[in-house]
Write a protein that binds this ligand. Structure first.
Ligand SMILES: CC(C)(COP(=O)(O)OP(=O)(O)OC[C@H]1O[C@@H](n2cnc3c(N)ncnc32)[C@H](O)[C@@H]1OP(=O)(O)O)[C@@H](O)C(=O)NCCC(=O)NCCS
Length: 165
């Protein structure tokens, strides 16, 4: 397991680094909800990205927690935990990593730390959504012991945190 990967709760300073990492190294659709308009990192998409994170994670009453993923001191992506209101003690997890950092074990290190953070926050179950073609995400989740169910292109992973070491 990589030891140079850390998660830090997002703040305004990390948010600037996160936007830079997203623009340089990811497609908007991988890191934020769709925004109408021409492809790529338009000014509107950059503003929406920042607003999205401020409203979800940096607001007075955040809906969830977003973590900047750092490799050494470089921001390379984001991970989030979102409590699911009507599902007992379950949280939804999400991760994105910049393209140039994928496939080298960052995702595995992030997921392990996210599980620990979810448990420390009192969660008992973790849910994650991905797509049928996303082999890396599915491998990450099955390696941790998640059950995967498929509905068309959508894949839902469910993991009981009490069963994970
Ligand atoms: C999915 C994602 C988080 C995985 O992170 P990563 O750092 O690339 O993953 P890792 O390098 O830790 O690899 C995880 C596993 O997937 C495998 N893998 C990685 N890239 C792969 C690829 N392109 N095709 C097939 N398998 C792949 C690895 O071999 C590893 O399996 P192993 O543990 O059995 O060896 C990353 O690719 C990403 O950010 N993608 C875009 C956003 C996204 O899809 N998020 C997931 C939503 S839940």
């Amino acid at each position: 397991m990589r030891s140079d990967v850390t998660l830090r709760p997002l703040d305004e300073s990390l948010l600037r680094g996160l936007l830079d990492a997203a623009v340089a190294d990811a497609d908007p659709l991988e890191v934020m909800p769709p925004v109408e308009g021409p492809a790529g990192w338009t000014a509107e998409r950059r503003e929406t990205f920042v607003r999205f994170h401020r409203s979800r994670s940096l607001a007075a009453e955040p809906v969830g927690t977003t973590y900047a993923i750092l490799v050494k001191e470089e921001v390379v992506g984001a991970a989030r935990l979102l409590p699911l209101a009507d599902a007992g003690r379950a949280v939804e997890a999400g991760v994105w990593i910049g393209r140039t950092h994928r496939g080298s074990g960052v995702g595995g290190a992030v997921l392990r730390q996210l599980l620990d953070l979810a448990r420390a926050g009192g969660a008992q179950r973790l849910v994650a959504s991905t797509t049928a073609g996303n082999t890396a995400a599915q491998r990450l989740l099955t390696t941790l012991g998640a059950d995967l169910t498929r509905d068309g292109d959508a894949v839902t992973a469910r993991l009981d945190l009490r069963d994970v070491d």
